[in-house]
Design a protein around this ligand. Structure first.
Ligand SMILES: [Zn+2]
Length: 267
């Protein structure tokens, strides 16, 4: 029998919707735990197109263009567990604290999102309960499991950024984003600069903050893990070739960093 409470609960995902969490190589032995908050562009059927055109829904406002291909190939090359969010950041942004306006954005860059305006509390709660919570619960559980099996967790949050934001061009090809990441961000910056052909951002075009980030503060810093964000400019990974090349490059760099961390007994 369905209770009154259950009957009143607003359900977001139905039988035709995919699960929120995407995982790959969950038994991977790499110390790197890969996460991707803006991996997917799916919308629950119940939300329609959020009042946006198809053109808007494939733009960077909906997801991190290109990062899914990089993340999956990198996961395979490193034998690293990847945990990723299938639903668009326009449904709920899994890298924003729940209390900030950008959590369920009514405006993204300069585009209004009609389907996110004036939401009832029950609709907001459903997006948290059915999309945000399972993703972050899974990351937390994975870190717990790794601790129990003495597998180190070096958290790497994978993102991509638009080459032009609000009319301003961004020169960086790739960036490390961090706050209290331990030894990883400086090693990553050093390795990226040593590539010789890259403009490398050091906490640019973003930095990690309490109001603008959730994943690194909660799962990286909050758990005392060595961590970093990696941001790749979207025009470099727009096609499969670019995604494969960046996965190869990052795998090579991260394997070198793993050797350094092991040599210094930091993992
Ligand atoms: Zn992102």
């Amino acid at each position: 029998m369905v209770s009154d409470t259950a009957r009143e609960t607003y359900l977001l995902l139905g039988g035709e919707d995919i699960a929120p969490v995407f995982e790959r190589n969950s038994g991977g032995r790499s110390p790197f735990l890969l996460v991707s908050d803006h991996f997917g562009s799916e919308l629950p059927r119940r939300l329609g197109n959020l009042g946006l055109s198809e053109g808007e829904l494939v733009r960077h406002i909906a997801w991190d263009i290109g990062i899914a291909g990089v993340a999956t190939a990198l996961s395979d090359r490193l034998d690293a567990h990847l945990i990723a969010q299938n639903y668009s950041r326009l449904v709920i942004d899994c890298n924003r604290p729940l209390h900030v306006e950008g959590s369920i954005p009514a405006i993204s860059e300069t585009t209004g999102v009609p389907g996110n305006e004036g939401l009832a509390d029950s609709a907001i709660a459903a997006r948290r309960r059915e999309v945000f919570d399972p993703y972050h619960r899974r990351i937390g559980d994975a870190i717990d499991r790794r601790e129990r099996s003495a597998l180190p967790s070096v958290l790497v949050a994978l993102h991509s950024f638009t080459p032009v934001y609000k009319g301003i061009a961004r020169p960086w090809h790739v960036a490390a984003l961090y706050r209290n990441g331990g030894p990883l961000p400086p090693l990553l910056l050093q390795a990226l600069r040593a590539e010789g052909d890259l403009v490398v951002g050091d906490n640019e075009p973003y930095s990690v903050g309490e109001e603008t980030d959730y994943t690194i503060p909660v799962h990286g810093e909050g758990r005392g893990l060595i961590n970093t964000g990696i941001e790749i400019r979207q025009d470099l990974i727009a096609d499969a070739t670019g995604q494969r090349q960046w996965a190869e490059r990052l795998a090579r760099i991260l394997l070198g960093i793993e050797a350094t961390l092991r040599g210094k007994r930091l993992i």
